[in-house]
Design a protein around this ligand. Structure first.
Ligand code: GLV
Length: 318
């Protein structure tokens, strides 16, 4: 009997190929209801999950004692209870490395769009309300030559920093540990979070969501930023206090924000939805076909490796 493998959402075809020899269940395009998910997990040896599914103790117990691997098709794995997996001897894997450049593109796209008021000006044009070219119309702030502050200087943070360097920006960063390679290669300057917030013209967040980073950026931190500064978040919504950010945008405490992630996806704080100076994307950070293919293949290969007695490529809890 082939092992049972559950894929919690429709994924790119490339990721289904390596799984063809298994007893494969692929749920629908939309996130499954909790009951459907638990039911579908029963008896699975491997699960290919997505960020929309809460893979907690209840899920693992519903799958049963045969569950050996949860392969999350994302670099972030805050949706998976890694402790509960460890207690049950379940390996958890993620998809690091294959999405860095694409996610960095998204961060830079939001940074540029927020700085130059693309969302607001495009909405005006499409509404048929663009009347004339104007010397004072939709003027934003420059990106080139400014200071880019990276919070979380991992692979994605460094990929954003490289883009900033290409735009002639000065790179500042804050991270748990110093990154001497980045300091050498990008002339990046290490700073405490407070100093970075006070100094940077653009702040881009690239930390994982953990107990320590929950609401890392709240009212106090936003209060330290320059009134001309732009905040970009492509990491996880709860790293930023969304209500505090909405207030900072309403009060002109900062110039603009570019967001790809939210505290309670797919809900977005109503005040943010009203703000012209918020550029809002629906969690599309890694959303290029090439990268989604690579993520799906890597997640599937981790399952195949583990179920055939080999080491998975990218475990998070070993
Ligand atoms: C997407 O959000 C990811 O973590 O890869």
């Amino acid at each position: 009997m082939p092992d049972k493998v559950l894929v919690t959402r429709e994924i790119p075809e490339a990721g289904l190929q390596p799984l063809q020899g298994y007893d494969l269940t692929v749920l629908s395009e939309a996130p499954p209801e909790r009951d459907e998910l638990l039911e579908a997990a029963r008896g699975a040896s491997g699960v290919l999950s997505n960020v929309t599914e809460k893979i907690d103790a209840e899920f693992m117990d519903a799958a049963g004692s045969g569950l050996k691997i949860v392969a999350n098709m994302a670099v972030g794995y805050d949706n998976v209870d890694v402790e509960a997996a460890k207690e049950r001897g379940i390996v958890v894997t993620n998809t690091p490395g294959v999405l860095d450049e694409t996610t960095a593109d998204t961060a830079f796209m939001l940074l540029l769009a927020a700085a130059r008021r693309l969302g607001e000006s495009e909405r005006t044009l499409r509404a048929g309300e663009w009347e004339w070219w104007g010397p004072k119309l939709f003027v934003g702030v420059d990106v080139w030559g400014k200071r880019l502050g990276i919070v979380g200087m991992g692979r994605i943070g460094q990929a954003v920093a490289r883009r900033g360097k290409g735009f002639g920006m000065e790179i500042l960063y804050h991270n748990r540990s110093r990154k001497e390679d980045a300091e050498r290669e990008l002339d990046a300057r290490y700073m405490g979070l407070e100093e970075l917030l006070q100094t940077a013209d653009f702040v881009s967040i690239h930390t994982p969501l953990t107990d320590e980073t929950q609401h890392l950026i709240g009212a106090d931190e936003l209060g330290k930023m320059k009134p001309t500064a732009v905040l970009v978040n492509t990491s996880r919504g709860p790293v930023v206090d969304e209500a505090a950010l909405a207030d900072a945008l309403v009060n002109g405490r900062i110039f603009a924000a570019g967001l790809d992630v939210y505290e309670e996806e797919p809900k977005v704080h109503p005040k943010l939805l009203e703000r012209e100076n918020a550029v809002l994307a629906p969690h599309i950070g890694s959303g290029s076909q090439e990268t989604r293919d690579r993520m799906a293949v890597l997640a599937a290969e981790n399952i195949v490796a583990l179920l055939s007695g080999k080491e998975p490529k990218t475990p998070v809890n070993q």
